[in-house]
Design a protein around this ligand. Structure first.
Ligand code: IMP
Length: 215
């Protein structure tokens, strides 16, 4: 396991929502972190069929381009009644013909498929958000950290906070969606905390304990 030298790495993402959450999570650690977006790196095509493969593609491309270790996040929503879809295609379901993203369109597509399955109770609408982080070095050496949070999909969407599919996902044990939560409620975690709620916070907690010396 190589060290992260000079407390410096690249966040291999262009997704503003993810970058905002990682910047909150990284604040206590005093690392110098630049994002792939800030550095003007290209976004590689995500050709993998698993979260791990896509996380590796993104982290490896950023590590090779910068010569620095890179941390990526590949994440998505897996709905049980849809056999795990959209899964690794979660972002694709929001992609329009002109390449822009429309998450209302993606949530409507998910809802239409659930309605076709007759999924009309919370028990028939279960699923989880999954996040796989990959820390990759320029020579290709890689480590993975995974987090997931169970819940169910609601309709209509509720809340304007967060990003992506947050307004339709209600985590188990809560009566509000991710879209109705504050940033602190959704992904707040700091060293020493046992609890983390979101998939990304849970995956980050594993990364921080393994690699940033967090308790
Ligand atoms: P990818 O990891 O770039 O393939 O994109 C994953 C997609 O999953 C994002 O574009 C979001 O739509 C969705 N997603 C991942 N994490 C979250 C989250 O915390 N809230 C809402 N949507 C998410």
């Amino acid at each position: 396991m190589k060290p992260i030298e000079n407390k410096t790495f690249v966040l291999a993402s262009h997704n503003k929502g993810k970058l905002r959450e990682f910047s909150d999570l990284l604040r206590p650690f005093g690392y110098s972190v630049r994002s792939a977006a800030e550095l003007g790196l290209d976004e590689p095509e995500e050709t993998g069929s698993t979260f791990e493969e896509n996380a590796y593609i993104k982290a490896h491309a950023a590590a090779v381009a910068t010569g620095l270790p890179a941390l990526s996040d590949d994440s998505g929503l897996c709905v049980d009644a849809l056999d795990g879809a959209p899964g690794v295609y979660t972002a694709d379901w929001a992609t329009k013909e002109d390449g822009s993203r429309d998450f209302m369109m993606a949530m409507e597509k998910t809802e239409k498929l659930l309605a076709e399955k007759g999924a009309d109770t919370p028990q028939k609408r279960t699923g989880r958000f999954v996040a796989t982080l990959c820390l990759c070095f320029p020579d290709g050496e890689a480590e993975y950290f995974r987090g997931a949070v169970d819940g169910h999909l609601v309709w209509p969407p509720r809340g304007t906070d967060g990003f992506g599919y947050d307004p339709v996902f209600q985590p188990d044990g809560f009566d509000i969606t991710f879209g109705e939560m504050t940033a602190e409620e959704k992904h707040g975690w700091k060293p020493g905390d046992e609890q983390a709620l979101s998939h990304r916070a849970r995956a980050f907690r594993e990364f921080a304990r393994a690699r940033l010396g967090a308790a």
